[in-house]
Design a protein around this ligand. Structure first.
Ligand SMILES: Nc1ncnc2c1ncn2[C@@H]1O[C@H](COP(=O)(O)OP(=O)(O)OP(=O)(O)O)[C@@H](O)[C@H]1O
Ligand SMILES: [Mg+2]
Length: 245
């Protein structure tokens, strides 16, 4: 018998004024899996993350995380419950150094200086940013800022990490490194990832399962191979300049 999903979303709706962005999304993420969320531009993927991690309350529907109803909780409570999140355009503290950025979540969690610093240095090493530890975050590239944000989210030791287009702006070598890091964290620490990406080869390498969102609804769910050949998915991408599937 399989375990209950770590994250279960049912009937999730989000409406801004008259515009319905999420129209009853259902999604279940298995623990210790890498689950992909794909779909054309404007499908509602980022909004889905924004509702799950508490930036916006949903208009309707439920979010259950580790069997606990977290629907409508604040962002900080959801983070403390164990959901980490990165942004499509990295959000870093631009005036702080790379290392100081890493220490912000540690301060929030009340970790001791020495332990936090050791952990921060180890994580920076993991994403190959150690040599930039003292640089102001504003001086590193957009791709490096994304890696910094990824490393920073691991400081809170989340059990589920939501990654919004983590490979955008990152060099091929670092992309490959990031893929290996994600797979190792899943394998060795049982971390679960839900990630948005348009990069089909990366998704195939990482994900056991994909959910396809189009116009605020999930239109397909399955292995990367099955989703790719699904006529509804092909149709959803028609007319989109940046054909992703
Ligand atoms: N705060 C908001 N107020 C009003 N409309 C919003 C808001 N946030 C998102 N939207 C709208 O919701 C729709 C979906 O946007 P979203 O950013 O979730 O799409 P996406 O699937 O992440 O697209 P992309 O692949 O381009 O990142 C868009 O039409 C967007 O304008
Ligand atoms: Mg988006």
């Amino acid at each position: 018998m399989s375990m209950a999903p770590i994250l279960e979303v049912r009937g999730l709706r989000k409406q801004f004024g008259g515009s319905i962005v999420l129209n009853g999304v259902n999604l279940a993420v298995e623990e210790a899996s890498v689950h992909g969320l794909i779909g054309p531009n404007g499908a509602g993927k980022t909004t889905f993350f924004n509702v799950i991690n508490g930036i916006y309350p949903p208009s309707a529907g439920t979010v259950t995380f580790r069997r606990r109803d977290i629907t409508g909780l604040s962002m900080s409570r959801i983070a403390r419950a164990g959901i980490g999140r990165t942004f499509q355009i990295a959000r870093v503290f631009r005036e702080m150094s790379v290392l100081e950025n890493m220490l912000v979540p540690a301060i929030e969690l009340g970790l001791s200086g020495r332990a936090a610093r050791a952990k921060a240095e180890q994580l920076l090493d993991l994403v190959r940013l150690s040599h930039l530890a003292r640089s102001p975050a504003i001086e590193i590239s957009g791709g490096q800022q994304k890696l910094l944000e990824f490393a920073r989210v691991l400081m809170i030791e989340p059990s589920l990490v939501l990654l919004d287009e983590p490979f955008n702006g990152i060099s091929p070598i670092l992309c490959e490194k990031l893929i290996q890091v994600i797979l190792a964290l899943r394998q060795e620490k049982g971390l679960t990832f839900l990630l948005i990406s348009h990069e089909v080869p990366h998704l195939s390498q990482l994900c056991s399962r994909l959910t396809v969102l189009a116009a605020g609804q999930e239109i397909a769910d399955g292995t990367p191979e099955s989703v790719r050949h699904d006529p509804r998915v092909i149709e959803a991408y028609l007319g989109q300049a940046e054909a992703a599937v």
